[in-house]
Design a protein around this ligand. Sequence first.
Ligand code: WAQ
Ligand code: MG
Length: 249
Amino acid sequence: MRASRSAGRQKASQQSRHISGAEGLYESHEIQKILKDYLSRAISHPRGMPDNIVITVEKVTQKPIKVSLLPVLTIQCNSRREARKFLQAFLSDLGVSEKAVRKGIRIVTGSKAMRGASLIRSGSGVRVEPDKARGVRVSRFGIEKISQKDLSRELTRKGINTSTVKEAMTLASKVASCEGVTAELCVSDDPHYTTGYLASRKLGYVRIPHIKREGSMCGGRVFFIDEKAEVDRMTEYLEKIPVFAETEN
Ligand code: WAQ
Ligand code: MG
């Protein structure tokens, strides 16, 4: 689902502002319910009322690849300054250069809302996604039924059992499973949602409170990728290959 609002007098198809988006991988009997759910999300987003909503349903014939659901952890963080320090320290540990980190933070806290994610080379800090306005939109990811239940139980215990967290964890698990991805940085574009995350195969899904100021319209995602990673192959995997995350038992 993609909801947007046209900027000024231009038509929605020309220059438009991203309001809300969502995607997933579902069984055919779930479609009706999901469509209703996506529609209500589109028209009740805190970023505003859209004037254009596009919902696409595609049949997926390829069997989903199974990947591990990342473990979740929330760090104690009380300010944006602290959040920035955590990011710099964690990303530097993962081998991301200071230049790349600075660029990544600038993108996720900037005012240009993208629909998708930016790809940044971990060493040089060069930005390489094919479409800079749109970014790479991760799609075709879901969570295996039993794991969904296990996860809900765990998140309930931690007081964070929301679809926002579950969807973000599922998306992050697909991204982390992509060859060439070092880490993902995410800041919600919801002005009232101030917890973001840093995710990687090595760290897991690390939630960072106070990553942005309450009321801010900024938000975005950055995937830090290997210096030599093949962008076309990664984009194909992230956008097209069906993936199911599951907990390891
Ligand atoms: N693929 C790539 N980028 C995306 C996608 C996607 N499928 N969906 C969203 N983005 C980008 C886009 O630039 C958005 O502006 C930005 O990410 C934020 O998207 O554990 O809700 O849907 O409590 O606002 C984090 C949860 C929630 C933290 C993240 O993201 C927690 C969230 P949003
Ligand atoms: Mg959002």
